[in-house]
Design a protein around this ligand. Structure first.
Ligand SMILES: Nc1nc2c(ncn2[C@@H]2O[C@H](COP(=O)(O)OP(=O)(O)O)[C@@H](O)[C@H]2O)c(=O)[nH]1
Ligand SMILES: [Mg+2]
Length: 391
């Protein structure tokens, strides 16, 4: 029996040595990597050591260790540990490859280059509030450009600057403008349950009770008895007339009847954005009444993708402004920014509860920005903290 060790830079070379020395009947007892030794070992490569034997039967059963044969070289049964190691090495290489890819991507990404922890934190905060990734990057890249190195280490400075960027992206229209002696007809459209009727009740109450305007209500939502009753109840409280209309002609008549009013609100039936006929019918009614303003009412509890479908479906109605409702119930305020950025429409009002008439405010960019960027946002330049209720 002969046992010997063979060392070489690669397993193939070590095996070649075994074969040359012990022949094809040699049995591999062990293979291992040998770390470089001696001076300058840091620069040397690992070597492979094979321990091989000739004339040995290690098994106590019938399975004799198989001699080295051509078909088994270098990776079949006598070398299971070698195969295993190769597999491990392969997956390690794959990991390193993907790491290198990520690092390369980060190095070429202007947002992440020399980035500060604060910048990353605000970025993640925006994403968790469902701000669209592209919009979030745009905001932070712009904020980054305007901050110096020192400021980039201060999370509040970053938050403040990002808040300003968001404020600039949010376009608002201010409240309903009622020029003296001129009537204004305002229609609210949108999907069912979005808050149209409640919002009309809030606005009608605010304008009639606190701004002393003569208000009338028209409802085209005759599909549900409850909807008519709902508006009638609100109208009784503020002592405003309600007209229920079934046809486009009746709408015209109702408008004529109340030509003496300062403000007329048209409440419409909740249209399913998935039903094109319903939306077309609504478009016809709007054309017929030609209101001065059409506000699309969108609940902020709705997913962004569903809101975009709605906006798309309502695109043949000449919507001037948006109203966002149910801000009290949303956990994703970033949706507001996404919708405004995509539609490029102005936001008129926001509502934040079911109470009539108080849970409504004229939309303010800064306030919405603050909801999106986080509580501690303190704008750096001339801004007011005042909330502007409708009254
Ligand atoms: N939490 C919350 N609920 C609201 C808000 N606005 C409306 N709602 C509720 O949403 C539901 C549907 O409102 P409604 O005005 O009937 O919607 P419409 O079908 O669009 O006319 C009602 O229960 C309202 O009380 C809001 O700002 N916050
Ligand atoms: Mg309604």
């Amino acid at each position: 029996m002969k046992i010997k060790k063979y060392e070489a830079p690669t397993i193939e070379e070590a095996l070649a040595q075994v074969k040359a020395d012990l022949g094809r009947d040699a049995v591999i007892l062990n293979t291992k990597k040998v770390p470089p030794k001696g001076l300058f070992s840091f620069f040397k490569k690992e070597r492979v050591e094979i321990t091989a034997a000739l004339g040995i039967n290690l098994m106590n059963h019938n399975d004799k260790p198989k001699p080295i044969s051509k078909s088994q070289e270098p990776s079949s049964t006598p070398f299971p540990r070698y195969e295993e190691k190769i597999g491990m090495l392969k997956s390690e290489i794959d990991e390193v490859k993907s790491l290198v890819k990520t690092i390369a991507h980060q190095l070429s990404d202007p947002l992440l280059q020399n980035t500060s922890e604060g910048l990353t934190e605000i970025y993640n905060h925006l994403l968790s509030n469902r701000v669209d990734e592209v919009i979030a990057r745009k905001i932070l890249l712009s904020a980054k450009k305007k901050l110096n190195k020192e400021e980039l280490q201060d999370i509040n400075k970053i938050r403040g600057k990002a808040g300003e960027e968001i404020t600039n992206l949010i376009k608002t229209s201010g409240p309903l403008h009622l020029p003296k002696g001129k009537q204004k007809v305002v229609a609210l459209v949108g999907p069912t349950g979005g808050g149209k009727t409640t919002t009309i009740a809030k606005l009608a109450a605010q304008y009639s009770l606190f701004k002393d305007k003569k208000v009338a209500l028209i409802t085209a939502d005759t599909y549900r008895i409850a909807a008519v009753e709902q508006l009638k109840t609100y109208a009784e409280i503020i002592d405003a007339p309600v007209e229920i209309i079934f046809t486009d002609e009746e709408a015209k008549e109702a408008l004529d009847k109340h030509s003496d009013k300062d403000l007329i609100f048209i409440d419409t039936a909740g249209r399913s954005p998935h039903n094109e006929d319903q939306v077309d019918e609504l478009a016809k009614l709007m054309e017929y009444c030609s209101p001065n303003e059409i506000h699309l009412v969108l609940s902020m509890t709705t997913k962004f993708s569903d809101l975009m479908t709605t906006i798309d479906r309502f695109s043949n109605i000449p919507v001037n402004k948006l109203i966002f409702t149910k801000l009290d119930e949303t956990t994703t305020p970033g949706t507001m920014l996404n919708v405004l950025a995509k539609t490029k429409k102005q936001l008129s009002y926001i509502t934040m509860g079911q109470n009539v008439p108080e849970d409504i405010e004229v939309a303010e960019s800064e306030k919405i920005s603050k909801m999106i960027v986080g509580e501690q946002f303190e704008p750096t330049e001339g801004s007011s903290e005042e909330t502007s209720r409708v009254s």
